[in-house]
Design a binder for this molecule. Structure first.
Ligand code: GAR
Length: 209
């Protein structure tokens, strides 16, 4: 069964969705959960599910390079096929990204390439878009720009605030993320790279609206 290490920084609601899917379907096995924040609530969810956890507090490191080197060492202990960023709020160095290129994925709360970075729901409201959503993508050295694996869409409703919009998007993230990971694990979708481009190939399931 394909194996996965999941990186988190906080609440862990996407982690829980990934755990639930693994339990229900056996499409992948979660080998460990690693957090860069010792107090991340997601660590308790991982422990409750009986998963090995590790904490690597980024504030204890002098540089991004030093933190990423230690993180890679932790990840490699678990010898996993996939490395999954589920609300992992650290920018990763190019060296780290290169090491896991093609098996490192992230979920981002916007319809990329729109609204990379932080405060994506407020960015969407400020831009006046009528639809918004979430994206699962491969991680490449340029932040929030890797090949898109799958996306899910919500309508922006009159009176939406960043909070109400975030809540609707998050619900969809919990369906989108496990499904995208399972599609990659099964080979239904796959990373394809030549010298100049990186893309995702394969048959997508029905759109998640
Ligand atoms: C999710 O909305 C995820 O898309 C976002 O952080 C939240 C984590 O929530 N990720 C990013 O913004 C990455 N740039 P969770 O801890 O409850 O899964």
């Amino acid at each position: 069964m394909p194996s996965v290490v999941i990186l988190i920084s906080g609440r862990g609601s996407n982690l829980q969705a990934l755990i639930d899917h693994a339990t229900q379907t056996s499409e992948y096995q979660i080998r460990a959960v690693i957090s860069n924040r010792p107090k991340a609530a997601g660590l308790d969810l991982a422990r409750a599910a009986g998963l090995p956890t590790a904490v690597l507090d980024h504030t204890a490191f002098d540089s991004r390079e030093a933190f990423d080197a230690a993180l890679a060492e932790q990840i490699d202990r678990f010898d996993s096929d996939w490395v999954v960023l589920a609300g992992f709020m650290r920018v990763l160095t190019p060296g780290f990204v290169q090491r896991y290129l093609g098996r490192l994925i992230n979920i981002h709360p916007s319809l990329l390439p729109a609204f990379p970075g932080l405060k994506t729901h407020q960015q969407a409201l400020d831009a006046g878009v009528r639809v918004h959503g979430a994206t699962v993508h491969f991680v490449t050295p340029e932040l929030d720009h890797g090949p898109i694996v799958d996306q899910a869409v919500v309508q922006v409703l009159p009176g939406d605030t960043a909070e109400t919009l975030a809540a609707r998007v998050l619900k969809l993230e919990h369906v989108l993320f496990p499904r995208a990971l399972a599609d990659l694990c099964s080979g239904r979708l796959r990373w394809s790279a030549d010298q100049t481009t990186q893309t995702v190939q394969g048959a997508l399931a029905a759109p998640l609206l």
